[in-house]
Design a binder for this molecule. Sequence first.
Ligand code: UFG
Length: 334
Amino acid sequence: MPRVLVTGGAGYIGSHCVRALVKAEYDVSILDDLSNGHEEFVPKGVKLFKVDICNPVDVDAVFSEKQFDAVMHFAGRLEAELSMEKPEEFFYVNCVGGFNLLEAMRRHGVKKIIFSSSAAVYGEPKEIPIKENAELKPINNYGTTKLIFEQMLEMYRKSYGFSYVALRYFNAAGADPEGGIGEAHNPETHLIPNILKAAKESSEFHLFGTDYPTKDGTCVRDYIHVCDLADAHLLALKYLGDGGSFGKETGASGAVAEIFNLGNGAGYSNREVIDAVKRVTNKNFSVIEKPRREGDPPVLIADSSKAARILDWKQKFSKIEQMVETAWRFETSK
Ligand code: UFG
């Protein structure tokens, strides 16, 4: 079976992709320094290279130890707000670390990569739902680093014949219903795990911004189940493996480059998510209204029709209740 290296494979989305790859009988290895990943998320039989992506010598050594057919790249910093306080940390991990990876791939002749990009590359889009060809204007440094890496991929396609698929996720949510893996960032900045924590501990939940120009004044986001994201990665891998067949830009090298939005196409306001958590968990907790968090666009909803059309991507868990329920199971099993 094809040998796939998953960077950040012990993290939230990476671990769900690793599980899907193992189920599909790929030969999977993980590169993760466990700074935000969890060793217990690594399945038995999967080799973990405990390596910092910012160390070029160590990254290269991973590729010397094993020949890979493709890479899935998740390793990176993701806290949008923090990226405004410490841009150097985000540039270092997301761009310099990403460069180390691309260089190791180039040196070892690995030319297929699937990149974990983000809706953050769009910033505050003018049109909703957002299509892949919308203007790219990140409003935080996190989004800028994701865009820079997409551009690096394009440089490596043009010059070295790399094939890539960049997947721009909207708001990943939920956990594998089989259990054992889920969202556990430190610090946790995301909406659903923070509401669930308040439900679990009967503590306060802080709701940022209630005066947005939306139906109930709170931000609207497009939540997508992490297992559906994992499915999209496997389809993208197959797409690269098959050489791609639609709308591809081949250029002289025959390389394939494609970008897909991954979302649900439905928006839920923060208040609607709070209500869903209350319904699913049957718990009550206080919601404290706070000022807006800096850098939050009012509405982000994906047009994912391209992924449906080209990758034949279908969602299995599109209801917010399914996302909250699986996330709650993980939260209460910790
Ligand atoms: N929110 C709260 N309280 C919290 C946490 C979040 O009210 O404790 C609000 C936020 O202010 C925002 C909404 O919930 O209005 C969603 O916030 P998240 O942090 O869960 O998600 P974001 O939409 O900010 O970020 C997500 C990804 C990022 C990515 C971004 C793309 O998690 O990695 O989408 O725009 F950059």
